[in-house]
Design a protein around this ligand. Structure first.
Ligand code: ADP
Ligand code: YYY
Length: 253
């Protein structure tokens, strides 16, 4: 049975993926959406874009009321094509700027502002429901609170985790080109401290009731994509596929 066969539902399919930093949720969700012909929503990019805009406009990051007011008025555009995802603030392409370390270091200040979360929650639900160009097969949305808050009634809900060691090594390779001791140390703030701050407002460490837990520590990227596709197939169609072998290898619980 092909991955495409899950698209037999009359209504759009919603896949929710949460996980800590470096677990692979962005890259894996994007590839899963691409293979299934679904939209892809990177909700972390929305918090990053909000942070970029707050800084750019000179609003004090410590002033929670002003930050929330700024975000309520934010002119934010998200492109949800998984082959060409993008983020714009007031027409300005911020896709690269929002990944800079200066944003990663402070994004949790904005993401832990509950009024900001209420505003972005509303926009995320609208984006998940919107489709693209009048066509809507469904959406893979990923972040920290998609399975629990944004889309608790999604067709498939997955918590994608990996050991701290694996996540540090992955992010270190991505940012510094290798995972030697110095590079891993330089990455620690972006993984460990940020997850600790973010976990004060979202639960992305333990799978909530009905959420499938997939540990990718021992899987490479392709195996993780296959395990997610297998889980989607199994849950949506109730069928067993070849891809389930990866899940049976011990990654899924
Ligand atoms: N299963 C995996 N094995 C090895 N590397 C992976 C795996 N999944 C993702 N990666 C890589 O790890 C890095 C972090 O992945 P990313 O998708 O950005 O994580 P997250 O969105 O959870 O922070 C990226 O360079 C990605 O290509
Ligand atoms: N649904 C979400 C998505 C992201 N966030 C927060 C948590 C993170 O610190 C920032 C950026 O998220 P992003 O997924 O880009 O972070 P990674 O660097 O991929 O781990 O936003 C959130 O609080 N809720």
């Amino acid at each position: 049975m092909s991955a495409q066969s899950v698209l037999t539902e009359a209504r759009p399919l919603v896949i929710a993926v949460d996980g800590p930093s470096g677990s692979g949720k962005s890259s894996v969700s994007k590839e899963v959406a691409r293979r299934l012909g679904l939209e892809y929503l990177d909700t972390g990019a929305m918090y990053r874009a909000a942070t970029w805009s707050v800084i750019e406009s000179g609003v004090d990051l410590e002033d929670a009321v002003k930050v929330a007011e700024h975000v309520r008025n934010l002119d934010l555009t998200m492109a949800t094509d998984p082959s060409a995802p993008g983020v714009w603030v007031a027409g300005h392409d911020v896709n690269e700027a929002i990944r800079e370390t200066r944003i990663s270091t402070v994004v949790s200040k904005v993401a832990t502002n509950l009024d900001v979360r209420a505003e972005l929650l509303k926009r995320q639900r609208e984006l998940i429901a919107a489709g693209r160009d009048g066509v809507h097969q469904g959406c893979v949305a990923e972040g920290r609170d998609i399975t629990t808050v944004v889309a608790p009634d999604a067709d498939v809900r997955i918590l994608l985790t990996a050991s701290e060691e694996a996540r540090l090594a992955r992010r270190s390779k991505e940012l510094h080109g290798n995972a030697d001791a110095a590079s891993v140390e330089a990455t620690r703030d972006q993984i460990v401290r940020r997850d600790s701050d973010d976990s004060t407002v979202s639960n992305f460490e333990v799978a909530a009731d009905g959420v499938l837990h997939l540990d990718s520590s021992a899987l490479d990227f392709e195996q993780t994509v296959d395990a997610v596709l297998a889980a989607i197939n199994r849950i949506v169609t109730g069928s067993v596929t070849d891809l389930d072998e990866h899940a049976r290898a011990g990654a899924v619980s």
